[in-house]
Design a protein around this ligand. Sequence first.
Ligand code: MSP
Length: 552
Amino acid sequence: MERLAVRCACAVRARGAWGRAVHTHASVPKPYYVTTPIFYVNAEPHMGHLHSCVLADVLARYAQLRRDGWSTEGSGTVQPLFTTGTDEHGMKIQRVAESQQVTPQALCDRVSERFRDLTRTAHLSCTRFIRTTESEHAVAVQHFWRHLQAQGHIYLGEHEGWYAVSDEAFYPPSQVRSVQRGDETVHESIESGQRVEWTREINYKFRLSHFREALIEWLTQCPDAIQPRSMHERVLAEIRAGLSDLSISRLRQRLYWGIPVPDDEAHTMYVWVDALVNYLTSLGYPAAACPPGWPADVHVVGKDIVRFHAIYWPALLMAAGLPPPRTIVAHAHWTVNKAKMSKSKGNSVNPFEAIDTYGLDTIRYYLMRIGGNIGTDADYAPVLLEEHKRKYLQGQLGNLLSRILAPKIQARLAPDTGALVQPAWTDAEAPLLAALAALPATFDRHMEQLELSKAIQAAFHALALANELVQHTAPWAADAQPDAIHRCVFLAMECLRVCGTLLTPVMPDAMTAMLDTLQVPATQRTWASLAERPRALPLRTQRDKIPPLFPR
Ligand code: MSP
């Protein structure tokens, strides 16, 4: 069973990350399915959380663009599925609620609403916001547990070891160090720096060790399963070094805030088992044993939670007879003065305030352009953010649009722009023409490799060439030739159409506004249209002022 599940996921992955030609049954294509981690409700959302969300949103929107025109007979286009939500159980939430003297449910309701607000404020295209306190989720988790138990993957045993409540994670003694805090000697996880405490209990355990071979086989057969590659290698090495069985329950007398173990009220489920199953609940599990949409195309996760998604979760899925996810993308962290941004460090940046100050699309661009290199941490720096806004968003995109749509220049164009379809290009235009011809494939390659920053840079390279051409042609100059003005404006518009279409997933509002201003018809905003011979866009006849794309 385990082997079959592994093969199923890999065969599908090999056919393209955007799910072209992937079918769950005879003629129904599998929807592209992307997830964010579900967020702990112990604290308000910060910029790091927004990063996971925007990354997933860009992937969902890009999948939609990539699949355009790809519809099921009679039942319309298959929309990507994109889920996010809040992780509300566990010792961490229980203790925070106790310390704030509120009920855990009241804490969850309040903070979960803030995360839901963030999905609205950031214009996320999520199709489901899940809360692990929903009764539907408890049904799914208990069903999952029962299935594993019936297959003999769960047993009752004694567990002894270090546990970090802040990470909700167990650590082996080799991963723990003792440190002096004032007069006190405390123990902390070397990996996360969080305090650990010694626990000894009768717990239910999952036979993780039985899945060592199957996990190795999966990761060997699917070398792209974990991105970036260095993370894939690290996970593989960890599995090869050996896996211990995983404690998956806590005594209810200690942990009451969680889903009860079925048929044993004395135990509460380990919060990570509860949380991971959200990816199935969101698809309607257990109504269907393998719900439509599964396996996930991409689980977006921060690098701190890779072990849970790349070892525990695939093993749990294999135990349940389900294929592992196709890709797990581990993004790096946002830091502030090189320290990880987090509530506990008191250095977190409020995403609502940042969006209010700089504008949503500027923030989305900045997160993906600077933090979109999945392997490296990025320092959050307002100075750099402002520089990017000025130099690239206003200076390259906004400026190009307003220059070519300037009434003075538009007035110098002949009304019949259709004649421009096959102009005789000159050497000055050649670099931009070549860049535009290559851009969709280059952009797509970077997106397939989940290197969003590189994809964005490729689009801005073309925009820089378009700006250079406008500068070189100087269509505003008294001696500029009508033919040259035509070619220049036509190419610049074409560049804005192609870049605007490709960048819509990153900056949906600004790029839609730009394409509307350019009067680009819907048929010219599709993936297929990017490869077609460009057609002239209508001249702008109205003389009204164009609102700035990225206001100061
Ligand atoms: N609840 C778990 C996830 C369960 S998924 C089944 C959890 N929650 S979290 O709220 O702590 O973190 C959620 C996500 O935010 C993680 O992907 C984490 O890496 C990300 N980030 C938290 N701080 C971050 C930064 N400073 N920078 C970038 N992302 C960060 O873990």
